[in-house]
Design a protein around this ligand. Sequence first.
Ligand SMILES: [Zn+2]
Ligand SMILES: [Zn+2]
Length: 423
Amino acid sequence: MKFQAPRGTYDILPDEAHKWHYLEKIIRKNAKFFDYKEIRFPIFERLELFQRGVGKSTDIVEKEMYVFKDKKGRNFALRPEGTASIVRAYIEHNMNSSQKNPLRLFYFGPMFRYARPQKGRYRQFYQFGFEYIGNPEPIADAEIIAIGWKIYQDMKIPNVNLELNSVGCVNCRRKYYKELKKFLIRKRGNFCSVCQKRMNSNPMRTFDCKNKNCQNLLNNAPIMLENLCPECESHFQKVLDLLNQMNVKYNVNSKIVRGLDYYTRTAFEYKIEYLGAQDAIGGGGRYDELIEYLGGKSTPAVGLSGGLERIILSLNEAKIDIQNEESLDVFIIPLEEKFVKISIEIMQKLHKKSISSIISDSQTSLKNNLKYCDENRVKFAIIIGENEIKSKEFTIKNINEKSQKKIPTNEVCEYIFIQLKNN
Ligand SMILES: [Zn+2]
Ligand SMILES: [Zn+2]
């Protein structure tokens, strides 16, 4: 039997790994800039957490979760996103009392959704996220949006569009839902079956429908932005003002709804031109209702999450080369087995100076070892043979410059250290 990675999953092979390190480095750098602390949480949680925390009528919970029973018959699910778990941890560890509010958290790791695999969409995929908990003010929304914006700028992703909306609060939504439902029900039969089903429970989600026909039907629908209560209206205006001050470019788009019940006020998405269509690479919003809904004290919060697979693909598409800076510093080549001992001594000295180095297999020819150095962008090779031992000088090859030099045995490590520092 020949095994393959499960459908919808993939391997990150060694010659691709540096791209992932590059993205992760940018995420961590920005987390540090804005003082977001990392939180790591389990790969699986109780199913009910996601049913409540993500929302029963969402695609994720309705169709896309990896659900399983443990040996005691309890229902669990692989995490499809991060926010529900973070809120669970926030409540469980009393994070608002043990630390000063507000709280800034970030995460990075794999998520799981059972959906039809397509290019750039996988069943196991990587997500990063930022959550700002405990600040109801527009500055928190603007900070979160600006962090995402800056991360994508730093990643050098071309033409990122930020689209922004307000989905109001419990108060203004009540009145608006009535109006929207009236509009939708008049045209009920023309909508797709999913929209028809959602019209009553969560009418705003129809804006999320990918069906072209549904989108056309919605062109004259009443929109939330024109029905905001004065508080929500002022909050939204302040978010826009702050983004202007931060030089973050955005478009207001009344169709960005992020569909979940617990989203309040600000909702946003980052989109790129991808494979000829507009596609979201990230998004988020304010979720002032969620923490209370999951059993905590009423606490305002705003967050963002982004996927990495489509970013990698779009960087590849745009032919943006991410240099592999993780190549080996020193390859030590003992020409005979008896020189392995001294090779080990040199390797250990180099490691003490934080210089990466390995010892070649003495069965491989010098020619092949040097070829390996060339192909793997190794920086230096040290060759150790009979002559080198006798003369107490090792041959150091600078692979990139194709030059070589004899260096006294006891100065070799220092020499390479200085060379690496100067480069
Ligand atoms: Zn409102
Ligand atoms: Zn529809």
